[in-house]
Design a protein around this ligand. Sequence first.
Ligand code: NAP
Length: 230
Amino acid sequence: MPQILITGASRSLGLALTEEYAARGWRVRATCRSPAQAEALHALAQTHPQISVHALDVSAHETIDQLAAALEGEAIDVVCNNAGIGGGGKGLGALDYAHWSEVLAVNLLGAVKVSESFLPHVQRSTEKKIVAIASSLGSISTTRGGNYAYRTSKAALNMAMRSLAMDLKESGVIVAPLSPGIVDTDFTRGARMPKISAAESARGLADTIARLTLEEAGAFIRYNGETVPW
Ligand SMILES: NC(=O)c1ccc[n+]([C@@H]2O[C@H](COP(=O)([O-])OP(=O)(O)OC[C@H]3O[C@@H](n4cnc5c(N)ncnc54)[C@H](OP(=O)(O)O)[C@@H]3O)[C@@H](O)[C@H]2O)c1
């Protein structure tokens, strides 16, 4: 049975990805920072025995090391860095640097640390893939300004994933940042724009991940397979 590890699986897109992979017959290591409060995830795990719930806060590196050690020797086919935060923060003239640091710690450093710590597990697997849920808001060429913390975290995440892809290509590990589309989740609540459901995004992301080849390693790809401009 192929195996995936997903961060931020407590709700929204991470929960939908957990459900999608479980439905596809994968073993899912569904990780979240507060398992005791992840009711929806536990309810899903009740109906899908191949889902196991694990504590992992991507900004607390010791929790990443602990889980990597607990799963030592396991083969993890896909590591999916989904956990992310945004919001908050004011505009130019009132930038909140403490908030900005938190966003970088979760969206950028957390994803890199998870990728680094679980690399041995990925290298032991058949599929050998590491992906990060990036964002078109991290695109440098299409930025419309504002949202400094989130945009820079996702732009830097793209660079980190592309650099990882270059470093790991020779060993057969495929790394890519993926854009999920504009998804109807807690994150986009209140934003008035056309959105797709978390289930649709998760389905598209899983299809895209399944199609990823070494030749595409380091590309920035949308959930529906389109290339996103850097
Ligand atoms: N929704 C969109 O349209 C959209 C578009 C582009 C990119 N994205 C990206 O897609 C990913 C998922 O977004 P979403 O819409 O599902 O967001 P969401 O509704 O805000 O959910 C965020 C998830 O990340 C988890 N999380 C936050 N900080 C964490 C930490 N330190 N350690 C572990 N987990 C943490 C949350 O866990 P708790 O339950 O513990 O808070 C929650 O499960 C994010 O990386 C986001 O930037 C989303």
